[in-house]
Each structure stands twice: as C-alpha cells, then as structure tokens.
Design a protein around this ligand. Structure first.
Ligand SMILES: Nc1nc2c(c(=O)[nH]1)N(C=O)[C@@H](CNc1ccc(C(=O)N[C@@H](CCC(=O)O)C(=O)O)cc1)CN2
Ligand SMILES: Nc1ncnc2c1ncn2[C@@H]1O[C@H](COP(=O)(O)OP(=O)(O)OP(=O)(O)O)[C@@H](O)[C@H]1O
Length: 180
C-alpha cells in the first residue's frame, strides 16, 4: 500500500490557501437535486478548518423534504454513527475539533452521504483523514449514495487506492459536478 500521508499534507496546504481567499460556494447541480425526495436521510457534516462547506447542499435537501443527519465519532477505532440533526438543535464538541449531535440523538440510516475528503481524482476515488471512518460507513451502508464535497483544488491526478477504498458516486465542487 502506498503511503498516503505526503499527499494529505500537500493537499491540506492547498485547501487552506484556497479557503483563505474569496471563492464560490459549493454548487447545487440539478443532478444532485434529482437524488432528493421527501423523507430521505441526507447525512452531512460540519466542516473543520478549510474543508468545503456543504451548507448549500443541506439547504437543497431540507427544501425538498429530506431529513439531515451528522456523523458522531468517539475515537479513531470506533465506527461512526449517523445521528439525527435538527438544524435548530445545539451541537456538542467531539474529538478532532468536530461539532456533533449529542450521543443519545436518534440514529438514522443514510440514503445519501455528503462526504468530506482531503483529496479526490476524476475516477471518483477519495482520500480521507486516514482513520477509515467513512470507508467503514460505506461498507456498513452499501445502498447509500456517496457524494464527495470538496474544493476544486483538492483534485489530484490519481489517488493511491487500497482494497477497502469505496469510490464515490459523484463529487460536488464550487466549479462542477463530477459523476461517472
Ligand atoms: N468535518 C468532518 N467531519 C467528520 C470527518 C471529516 O473528515 N470531516 N470524518 C472523517 O472521517 C469523521 C471524523 N473523523 C476524523 C478522523 C481523523 C481526523 C484527523 O486526524 N484530523 C487531523 C487534522 C486534519 C486537518 O488538519 O485537516 C488531526 O486531528 O490531526 C479528523 C476527523 C466524521 N466527521
Ligand atoms: N471496511 C473496513 N473495515 C475495517 N477497517 C477498514 C475498512 N475500511 C478501511 N478500514 C481501515 O481504515 C484505515 C484507514 O484507511 P485509509 O487510510 O484508506 O482512510 P481514508 O481513505 O483516509 O478514509 P476515511 O476518510 O474513511 O478515514 C485502514 O487502516 C483500514 O484498514
């Protein structure tokens, strides 16, 4: 397996520089809206640092009657859970600087997973934080649509993929919707 750490370091730096300058928000493509329907569970995330902000996609989802969930993590080793998120409810603080619902919020099974990432390629491979939280969630909910959310500068020529890496169905950036 290739060492993914140098790539993470380089792309995090590019992401920090991008986010520090004026930029467009993440776009809401009609192909994303076409996935939405009343009652579906859309798992989103609260960005940390310079991560892409999925808020425009969350607004599209709630406008079309979807319910929102957020990941809840305990530590690197424990699989994440998706817990119900009422956008009016206060969030607590979790590990890694995360904001997340209280541990006793209702667990939900996601239909669509808005997925944070460090780097992506045009073959829809994704590189994450290295804890395997999303790779394990994708294995646990194979029926969910996996939508990466990223700034365009996070694109690389090719992600070194491992056997457990699960490709995304599409990626939303501030410039384009990338799908197979
Ligand atoms: N916003 C957000 N929420 C998320 C994730 C994520 O990547 N982004 N996760 C994705 O799995 C899960 C949390 N898992 C995480 C696992 C490891 C690290 C981590 O090692 N962070 C680095 C700093 C990263 C940076 O500088 O950008 C660290 O703490 O050293 C973060 C989150 C669920 N929620
Ligand atoms: N389905 C799985 N079941 C158990 N462990 C897994 C699974 N998928 C990945 N892992 C473990 O997670 C660890 C991290 O993997 P990797 O470096 O590919 O994470 P990543 O691409 O940064 O993704 P993530 O955002 O999901 O953390 C690896 O040690 C791997 O063994």
């Amino acid at each position: 397996m290739t060492d993914k750490r140098p790539l993470r370091t380089a792309i995090r730096a590019a992401r920090d520089a991008f986010a520090a300058a004026p930029h467009l928000p993440i776009g809401v493509d009609p192909a994303f809206e076409a996935l939405l329907a009343p009652g579906l569970v859309v798992a989103s995330y609260v960005p940390i640092g310079s991560e892409a902000d999925p808020a425009p996609l969350e607004r599209a989802a709630t406008a079309l009657g979807c319910r929102l969930a957020l990941p809840h993590v305990v530590d690197r080793a424990t699989p994440l859970r998706f817990l119900r998120w009422d956008p009016d409810a206060a969030l607590g603080s979790g590990p890694f600087g995360l904001s997340q619902p209280a541990a006793d919020a209702e667990p939900l099974s996601p239909d669509i997973v808005l997925t944070p990432l460090v780097a992506f390629d045009r073959a829809l491979n994704r590189l994450g934080q290295g804890a395997g939280h999303y790779d394990r969630a994708f294995a646990a909910w194979p029926g969910a649509r996996r939508i990466g959310v990223a700034w365009s500068v996070q694109e690389v020529a090719a992600i070194p993929a491992d056997s457990w890496d699960v490709p995304l169905h599409a990626i939303a950036t501030e410039r384009e919707w990338i799908a197979a």
